[in-house]
Design a protein around this ligand. Structure first.
Ligand code: PHE
Length: 353
């Protein structure tokens, strides 16, 4: 077979193989087989020197034509394959924009936060300022300066979480220490009066802790809002008017309030405030234990002994204080039968509010 015939056969074979190459790698194999260093066409081009003077220019010219033709065919096929690959990738990655999206439930304010905010808003409207105090508190602020005698039952380790001072090597596990988790927000009263001169109109929301077992009406950690007013000429009438207004704002204007005499070490006189039952309207039902009333807060006139601890002149100033449980108010407002539902984090329950 002449070299020209050989070249023509090779061209046909190579073009067929190029057209048949299904991906970039097999196309490269074809290229190497013909145009690579040891390729068939390369071998012919290398052998040009040994051909006769007549044959050499013809074979040389034809070889170059074949090389150019194969290179063009390779380029063309490479572009086709790239296109096919791109198409495949695009359709594999395709997003069906007509599919409906997955719904996401937006976050929301927890009921405890919501009630706290509502209480705060009522008193902000009356000109009160918001203040805060530490949750880990000193016995002095939680009890002593609030006029609790040394043997007051609330001080017992069975009622109060005491914090052990490990650095001081205090190994007591049951006995009292000077550091505790505050059992109410009333210590904030002392901290404010220690640092500020009257007139004082403040509200102190925050977490409190008591060694109670969780049950329908108790939680070991709950939320209180404390109020304190100290000014010239403050009377029990101001306290009653303020809390009556608060209850109507909070529970609705059809609700009545009543003040029952009570005792707190740090207020004198003291009272507990009840709001008329929203379920029976005051006639008596299971929710209000057939009394027609629901207890919502404790209050009273600041005891002169407390003013003594913070050096406020009792000749010139008087004041009142009150404290309420946020979880309890939430329960009364929405007829929630068990306070534990407020802290269990069950969205089916929480989403209702
Ligand atoms: N600190 C009291 C309690 O936790 C409530 C209270 C606050 C009573 C302020 C009187 C004045 O029960």
């Amino acid at each position: 077979m002449s070299t020209i015939d050989e070249l023509n056969d090779m061209r046909t074979k190579a073009l067929t193989e190029i057209a048949a190459a299904g991906d970039g790698a097999s196309l490269e194999t074809v290229r190497v087989a013909y145009l690579g260093k040891k390729g068939e066409l390369t071998a012919i081009l290398r052998g040009l020197g040994s051909l006769s003077a007549q044959e050499r220019p013809i074979v040389g010219k034809t070889s170059n034509e074949v090389r150019q033709e194969l290179e063009a065919a390779l380029d063309g096929r490479r572009r086709d394959l790239e296109h096919v690959e791109l198409e495949a990738k695009v359709s594999a990655d395709a997003v069906d924009v007509t599919l409906p999206g997955r719904g996401r439930v937006p976050g929301r304010e927890h009921l405890i936060e919501m009630i706290t905010r509502q209480v705060v808003e009522v008193f902000i409207g009356l000109g009160y300022r918001i203040v805060e105090g530490p949750q880990v508190e000193l016995d002095y602020y939680n009890f002593t300066a609030l006029n609790h005698p040394p043997a007051h039952p609330a001080r017992a380790a069975t009622d109060t979480f005491y914090v052990r001072d490990l650095e001081a090597g205090d190994a007591r596990t049951t006995g009292e220490s000077d550091v505790l988790l505050r059992t109410h927000t009333s210590p904030v009263q002392v901290r404010v009066m220690e640092n500020e001169e009257p007139p004082i109109y403040v509200l102190a929301p925050g977490k409190v802790f008591r060694r109670d077992i969780a049950d329908p009406s108790h939680l070991p950690q709950f939320t209180q809002v404390e109020g304190l007013v100290v000014d010239e000429g403050i009377t029990f009438g101001d306290l009653k008017g303020t809390l009556d207004y608060f209850c109507k704002e909070m529970f609705g204007h059809d609700r009545k309030t009543r003040f029952r005499p009570h005792f707190f070490p740090f207020t004198e006189p003291s009272a507990e405030v009840d709001v008329s039952c929203g379920i029976c309207g005051g006639d008596g039902c299971r929710f209000c234990k057939y009394t027609g009333w629901l207890e919502i807060l404790g209050c009273g006139m600041v005891d002169p002994n407390v003013f003594g601890y913070v050096d406020i002149d009792t000749e010139r100033f008087s004041g009142f204080a009150f404290g309420m449980g946020v979880e309890r108010i939430a329960a009364l407002k929405y007829n929630i039968p068990d306070l534990r539902m407020l802290v269990e984090g069950d969205m089916r329950f929480l989403r209702q509010f």
